[in-house]
Design a protein around this ligand. Structure first.
Ligand code: NAD
Ligand code: GLY
Length: 369
């Protein structure tokens, strides 16, 4: 990890596709100079939404223009439902009429919705143009902007149409998190806690100890949170870019979580909340299968609650949850693969969990908050 005066850089090591993740506080005014170093063409399409555009669009355009770039700003309405092929079609039109050529970059300014959609455009417009991520939610800074998964949704499921397409740079200004709703910040913390559980026991302990500073957005502490999360994700992605094996541990809590999101029509839980509940499900199943010691489960549940995240899924039907998991896109050949923690700091991919154990675990979380 390289440190300069105010920017910390984590590298994602992928040979010729390697790229830096720059992290710092109040660094957006310097964005243009960092983009210039990438050697991309002089026109940039900034994809954002009205919420983020109103907050940071001008700052980003000014910085890019001061560095000699021409900007085309394309706004997509705010919301997951606009991560769609229809939005993609409109963005292709904007790119084409704006004269975007193969050397010009697409820049995502926003959370994971904008990052996934803009990345999908960058991957497919003229068979691929340079892509830059400027994530503005905690979830996007610690997870979705890193690792190259880009996608749009299909009426039959989330993220069904997509690609692995790595950005040329990720540029995370921690100060953007001050305008984020607290609920969205907490949701991002679910993915952060996930990294501690799957890879780094010391980081988990840090999150326990520093919870008040993190929740009050203490700058130095939040930078360490984003930097450590990105380092862990970068290591895993470098080992297995296209999820042939180990990258699947990043899905801890997601198989259960997707079921909770889908069965509530994507309206009750934001993604990170569903992942938090799913991590509790996975940890409880791990205890019941003899993988995880009870005291580790207690620490996981306590930390999730400390960050204001839910541990239970209300009154969803247990048979429907199990059924929904078998339809998850990550199920292979009719089998669900689960990621279960073995200890805090290490996770395993297990081929199946018996229905008995699943039912037992889910009954414990029904009507729990
Ligand atoms: P989001 O992009 O919908 O952002 C949440 C809300 O915060 C939106 O209303 C947005 O306009 C607003 N917002 C963004 N930045 C803000 C800021 N700085 N200040 C104020 N408001 C701000 O949600 P998200 O949680 O960032 O991302 C969720 C998406 O990410 C989902 O589509 C999910 O599938 C995807 N995802 C992708 C990956 C991946 O690896 N590609 C990983 C995890 C999640
Ligand atoms: N968010 C899971 C992954 O990037 O693989």
């Amino acid at each position: 990890m390289e440190k300069s005066k105010s920017i910390t850089t984590v590298k994602v090591d992928l040979g010729p596709k390697s790229y830096p993740i720059h992290i710092g506080a109040n660094i957006l005014p310097g964005l243009g100079d960092y983009v210039k170093r990438l050697g991309v063409g002089s026109r940039i399409m900034v994809v954002t939404n009205p919420t983020v555009g109103a907050l940071y669009g001008r700052q980003v355009s000014d910085s890019l223009e001061a560095a000699g770039f021409e900007t085309i700003v394309a706004e997509v309405p705010d919301g997951e439902k606009y991560k769609s092929l229809e939005s993609a079609a409109l963005l292709y039109d904007t790119a084409f009429t704006g004269g975007l050529d193969r050397s010009n970059a697409v820049l995502a300014l926003g959370g994971g919705v904008i990052g996934d959609l803009a990345g999908f455009i960058a991957a497919t417009y003229m068979r691929g143009v340079p892509f830059i991520q400027v994530p503005t939610t905690l979830l996007a800074q610690v997870d979705s902007s890193v690792g190259g998964k880009v996608a749009v949704n299909h009426p039959r499921g989330k993220n069904i149409i997509g690609a692995f397409y790595q950005p040329r740079m990720v540029f995370s200004d921690i100060n953007t998190l001050y305008t984020l709703e607290d609920r969205q910040f907490r949701a991002g913390m679910a993915e952060v806690i996930k990294y501690g559980i799957i890879r780094d026991r010391d980081f988990f302990t840090f999150l326990e100890r520093e919870a008040p500073a993190v929740r009050q957005l203490h700058i130095g502490t939040v930078i360490r949170v984003v930097e450590t999360s990105c380092r862990i994700k970068a290591e895993i992605v470098a080992e297995d870019e296209t999820e042939q094996g180990i990258r699947a541990i990043l899905n801890l809590g997601h198989t259960f979580g997707h079921a909770y999101e889908a069965l509530t029509g994507y309206s009750e839980f934001v993604h990170g909340e569903a992942v938090a509940i799913g991590m509790v499900s996975a940890a409880r199943a791990a205890v019941k299968t003899g993988l995880l010691p009870e005291p580790d489960l207690a620490r996981i549940e306590r930390l999730i609650a400390t960050y204001g995240l839910p541990c239970g899924f209300g009154n969803l039907d247990i048979a429907e949850i199990i059924e929904s998991m078998y339809h998850d896109k990550k199920a292979v050949g009719g089998k669900v693969r689960y990621v279960l923690p073995e200890t805090i700091g290490r996770a395993a991919i297990v081929p199946e969990i018996s229905h008995e154990i699943l039912k037992n675990v889910l009954q414990g979380q029904q009507n729990q908050v």
